[in-house]
Design a protein. Structure first.
Length: 142
């Protein structure tokens, strides 16, 4: 089953490595006997689906989650069942890649309207006048 990230990016299952592990959390003695936690590993450097620019963007945004070998590692162990943890870790993976591959919007610089500038300056002058009136007056020398 392939993992759909966007319309144009579909990660084949062969590029994602899922392993079960002992998980912490709820479950009592059950936790000590069964491997319900799931670990997802994705070799970013070896991915054939992502181009160099996309790989660099993922590395920039999520570099702290990627080890020295270029492997993105995600864990899920909140639930008691392995299938629920598998579903959660795949959801995390899809969400992270969607966030990284979302195109950045280019900021269009805007010009401040002349009327707004004038209004700000007149308010500033009025405020200065009010404060000027409040200044303490020096007593006359007697």
């Amino acid at each position: 089953m392939d993992i759909v990230i966007t319309r144009s990016v579909v990660i084949p299952e062969s590029e994602v490595h899922l392993t079960a592990s002992r998980s912490r959390g709820p479950g009592g003695q059950h936790v000590n006997k069964v491997s319900t936690g799931m670990v997802l590993e994705f070799a970013l450097n070896q991915s054939t689906v992502l181009n160099d620019r996309q790989k660099q963007r993922v590395l920039t945004l999520f570099g702290s989650r990627i080890n020295n070998q270029g492997i993105l590692r995600l864990e899920a162990q909140r639930h008691r069942s392995q299938s629920a943890n598998k579903h959660e870790v795949l959801g995390k993976f899809v969400h992270l890649l969607q966030e990284a591959l979302r195109p950045t919007r280019v900021r269009v610089p805007t010009k401040i309207p002349t009327r707004t500038k004038e209004k700000r300056l007149t308010e500033k002058k009025q405020r200065a006048q009010v404060k000027g009136v409040r200044k303490s007056v020096r007593p006359m020398d007697e």
